[in-house]
Design a protein around this ligand. Sequence first.
Ligand SMILES: *Cc1c(COP(=O)(O)O)cnc(C)c1O
Length: 244
Amino acid sequence: MTLRERIDNTLERIEAACARAGRSPSEVTLIAVSKTQPPTAVEEAYNLGIRHFGENKVQELVQKYEGLKGVCTDINWHLIGHLQRNKVKQAIDKAVLIHSVDSLRLGQMIEQEASKKNLVCDVLIQLNIAREDTKFGVAEEELMSLFMELIKLPHLRIRGLMAIAPYVDDPEKNRKYFSKMRQLFIDIKTKNIDNGLTDIYFNPDSFDTLSMGMTGDFEVAVEEGATMVRIGTGIFGERSYSIK
Ligand SMILES: *Cc1c(COP(=O)(O)O)cnc(C)c1O
């Protein structure tokens, strides 16, 4: 399949999943995950209409950001991978959204650097929804306490939740995790945050993003309420880690 066919196919499958769930396709943003792909592949996808791209490494995001900013003027970069605190500075003014905040220490570093640059940084809290040892993300029972600390940081705007579901042969096996994510998302959105507390920087209306679903399971994720899907191989084909 050509890149155009893979993009069309992905968008059609998102639409069909929305139809099954009674949702509008406009509620779902497709993030093309371009990690390991050359900038030319990003440019090609951009010219076919894709505006959101995901990278899991800060260095690669910065390189592509710099290389493409004159060509793809209306591009949105998402940082979807684990963020080390010493890379925060480089990332925050380039990524429109950081999907991977999973500790207060990281949140505080983002706060510090964002405040220096006088910007407010949109972030998601990453959950380790299936409790896998190999994955980053906060455990479900730590979510609320992390959330309550992060909303005290004025240069962070908490936009929602993100998770990477297990690698499975049958996407139905991940339905329970996606459904749990949506439940946690709604719990936070509808929670009445004690306004007796001062200095709370949280607006439930801007808590609007549920980032979940990848090539192998995005249709189930959309059926369960995803508002962003992160698709790599389904769009660009197999990754080649040898090409830089
Ligand atoms: C690589 C990656 C993806 C995309 O994975 P595919 O299976 O190729 O679609 C999505 N999310 C994150 C966090 C990733 O690192």
